[in-house]
Structures are given as structure tokens and as C-alpha cells.
Design a protein around this ligand. Sequence first.
Ligand SMILES: [Zn+2]
Length: 242
Amino acid sequence: MDGFPKGTIVDLTHEYSDQTIYWPTEQGFELQEEFGGMTEKGYYYAAKKFTAPEHGGTHMDAPIHFAKDGKTVEQISVEKLIAPCVVVDVSNQTRQNSDYQITSQDFEDWENKNGKIPDNCIVLLQTGWSQFWPDRQKYLGTSKIGPDALPELCFPGLHPNGAEWITQNRKINAIGIDTQSIDYGRSTYFETHRILAATQLPFFENITNLEKLPPTGAIAIALPMKIKNGSGAPLRLVAVIP
Ligand SMILES: [Zn+2]
């Protein structure tokens, strides 16, 4: 990339609001008014404050989230987070099966069509689930809040064998998905999270607008909030299509 990127910029980020989807056991994003209006000095002034868990909305998981010696958010270098991206579209498979898990076979099929997944790229997994955002029933499989929701979670994810394949056979910088979690909804041991975290790979969840990207050729720019010691952080993810 030399100079200012020319091309179409696509925002791959959901908004943060009281509609933003978090894990059912988490209290979601809140924005509180601190002041909004005319001051005594005659000028307008507005300020708010927000509270939010690390993991919800469009966000990055740092490896520490599922690995004791994993990196924390501020330790992930931005050089890794600005990179060419490839989009692996499995929305045909998920249309038939909400429990679909992306396997090594999907990566091999993708490569047969598009060429080898290049070194130092960011892999974005397109299940099509972002079309359901922010409808919790459709997006998560349940609109329940709290622990009762957990057995009802249902959405696609990355199969542990897909996670193993991509981390062992390719040298990628990061991976992202357009669902609430990189493990599919029915996962209870989060094997995919653990495989990725063990290799110090950061990953992104709840991303959107992947249908606007070509399978190859775009550049992803992923800028998480730089939370020291964070296990995850809100993420502004965009792509530039040259
Ligand atoms: Zn997370």
C-alpha cells in the first residue's frame, strides 16, 4: 500500500447502542447523558459516558481471552491488523443449516477457486448472519437474557478442524466472523476459541457488510480500542477496495 489508499471504503462495523447484541449473560452497551444543552456562557455543549463489556458488538478477542499466556489487546501490533483480506463466503451452507461449522474443506474449496490464502492476510468468514442483526431471536437463536438463553444459542461458526487447518497450514494475521462468536452457538467448550488463542491469533466477532467485499483484493483496517490488559475491545473495522 503506498500512500493514501484510493478506492471504496466499506464499514464492516455495527453501531453501538442499546440494541447492540452481547452475550446473553452480559449487560449490554449503555450511553448516559452527562450534559446536553446551552451552557450559562451561551454556547452549546454535549457530553455522554458509555459503559460496555469487552465482548459484544463488533469487537476483537485478544488471545488472553482463552489462553493464559495469550496477548492482551494493547500487545497486538497494528501492523498485524492492517492487511489484505480474503472473504470466505459460506452463506449457501448456512442457509440450509444454522448450526453450520466452517471446516478445512471450505478453506480448500475456497483456495481451489481463488488461489492460496496469502501469508499475513486477514481471513473474514461470511455466514450471512449479519442480515439478522439486531434481532436477537434470529441472530443468536434466542431472545432470552441470562443463563437460560445459553442452551438455546444457535448460529454458525468456525469448526475446530477449520481453526486447526488455518493456523497450522497458513500464516494469517487475524480472522473474523459475522456472528456473535467464532465458535458456533451450540459450542460449550469453545474449542475454536482455544485453538486460535493458543497460536496468539486475534479474531473479530459480529462483523458486517462482508457481502460488499470481493473474495480477494481488499485491505482490512482493524483498529480495536487500545485497552491495556484487555481480553477484548470494541473494534472499528473497515475495508478498502482498491
Ligand atoms: Zn469476544
